[in-house]
Design a protein around this ligand. Structure first.
Ligand SMILES: Cc1cc2nc3c(=O)[nH]c(=O)nc-3n(C[C@H](O)[C@H](O)[C@H](O)COP(=O)(O)OP(=O)(O)OC[C@H]3O[C@@H](n4cnc5c(N)ncnc54)[C@H](O)[C@@H]3O)c2cc1C
Length: 423
């Protein structure tokens, strides 16, 4: 099927109706494109990707072909130049059809969103900004022309990924570049990304490591000293292939810096909604579980006998519960992603954590309800619900905003004003 043929496809309804939610023209177009590509190409492959725990390589070729790989590459560099909310809405549509593709696509897209629209909102000295523009243009060209894939490994198994300590993966400045040493766990796309966009701490002679010295650097997967190790056989999100990455004295040319010194720290402090980008995958999963349940109870799921189960009041109650939860989740999430931007207020931060928590926890709750409501046959591996259920369990575990950390921050920030203590 060609890209032009996609236009003629029978479509599912949008997760967020463009008129009701007053989406921009670009949002309407990109969400429709994502829905068509994901429904026609990703959904049929999702079962095998999950079963075999393999990376969705062909899906990435499709995203290159359809321009989705460059969704957040700025327009002046040849991409769609999608802002934060547009990306989030588009990713939710992909999450409906293949969670592992949506989640890994997030890691890839962040390499463009963070270096593009987000960095443009931050304070950077004019010379530094010019150099940054030149450097990021090289990354964008690789993505648009060669279909290069970027990943985003920052977890290390310590406190750094939660933002509570400096990264232990180190970058030492040398003539013409950086020497990288360290280890990243749960590195989605390992063995499949062309560049690993790592977060690491710059080592400075005689100084203690500081979070302010975090560097964001693209390490070519083929660089000497890069190794992918360990098995990958998890409960859910199996197609993300999140194995362990080792860096041993890896030399990286200085143009591979994805952000100038100090800018990642500024971004994390001033543009914290950047950490919400893991949520659209799970927003899509929640929508998919609801859609499946409606079709299943109406006896309309393709390939199954047309047995209707919708007439039982208990089924109707189950669907009503799911609908309430889905609408509440969508409303809160849409508000939080709409107001995302630099220097959010305390109330906006509380809402962002609340929205993130709600998506991650409710996606799993909605999947559980879906299985209970549809009944035993719905959890067979031949149907997508069982996979949605397992994939949805992963959302609340993802740093830096795990469900626990969101709760912790909401509780603390609600009870203490900035600077307040009990002493
Ligand atoms: C499918 C999947 C794909 C992933 N892909 C990536 C990826 O591409 N890149 C990447 O960097 N990571 C990725 N991760 C990793 C993820 O973001 C977490 O880092 C990982 O799940 C942490 O696991 P852990 O058991 O080591 O957590 P631990 O660090 O042991 O934390 C356990 C729990 O303790 C709580 N906790 C931790 N620190 C704090 C704190 N300071 N304050 C309060 N509570 C705290 C949190 O709730 C956390 O869930 C992925 C994870 C999954 C499941």
């Amino acid at each position: 099927m060609t890209v032009a043929d996609l236009e003629t496809l029978d479509m599912d309804k949008p997760a967020f109706d463009p008129k009701a939610f007053r989406l921009t023209e670009q949002e309407e177009e990109l969400t429709a494109l994502a829905r068509r590509v994901a429904k026609s190409r990703f959904a049929p492959r999702a079962e095998a990707i999950d079963r075999d725990a393999v990376f969705p390589t062909q899906n990435y070729r499709d995203m290159h072909e359809t321009g989705l790989l460059g969704i957040c590459v700025p327009k002046e560099d040849g991409g769609h130049g999608a802002p934060f909310r547009t990306y989030m809405m588009t990713a939710a549509e992909i999450g409906r059809y293949c969670g592992a593709t949506a989640l890994t696509w997030n890691m890839h897209v962040c390499s463009c969103l963070w270096t593009g629209a987000l960095t443009d909102d931050l304070e950077i000295e004019a010379g530094e900004r010019e150099l940054h523009r030149q450097r990021r243009a090289v990354h964008y060209k690789r993505i648009l022309e060669d279909g290069a894939i970027y990943s985003q490994p920052f977890s290390e198994g310590g406190a750094a990924a939660a933002g509570a300590a400096p990264f232990s993966t180190s970058a030492r400045k040398v003539d013409g570049g950086w020497i990288i040493n360290g280890k990243k766990i749960f590195a989605s796309l390992s063995g499949h990304a062309d560049y690993y966009g790592i977060l690491c701490g710059e080592m400075k002679e005689g100084e203690r490591p500081s979070r302010r010295d975090t560097m964001y650097i693209a390490v070519p997967a083929t660089a000497e000293g890069v190794e992918v190790v360990g098995p990958w056989d998890p409960l859910g999100m199996r197609g993300t292939v999140s194995r362990t990455l080792l860096f041993k004295d890896v030399f990286v040319p200085e143009d591979e810096a994805l952000m100038p010194r100090g800018v990642y720290y500024q971004a994390a402090s001033r543009w914290p909604h950047m950490f919400m980008t893991l949520s659209p995958t799970y927003m899509g999963i929640a929508q998919a579980a609801f859609d499946f349940t409606v079709k299943y109870l109406r006896g309309e799921w393709p390939g199954l006998p047309p047995v209707k189960r919708r007439m039982f009041p208990t089924k109707q109650m189950g669907v009503a519960q799911m609908h309430l939860m889905l609408e509440q989740t969508k409303a809160l999430w849409f508000q939080a992603i709409t107001e995302a931007g630099p220097d959010p207020s305390r109330e906006q931060m509380l809402r962002a954590w609340a929205a993130h928590y709600t998506v991650m926890e409710n996606a799993n709750e909605i999947c559980q309800l879906a299985i209970r409501t549809c009944g035993g046959q719905s959890m067979l591996k031949s149907l997508p619900l069982e996979r949605l259920f397992r994939d949805s369990r992963c959302g609340a575990l993802m740093l830096p905003w795990t469900a626990e950390i969101c709760l912790d921050r909401i509780g603390r920030e609600s009870l203490y004003l900035p600077g307040e203590t009990d002493e």
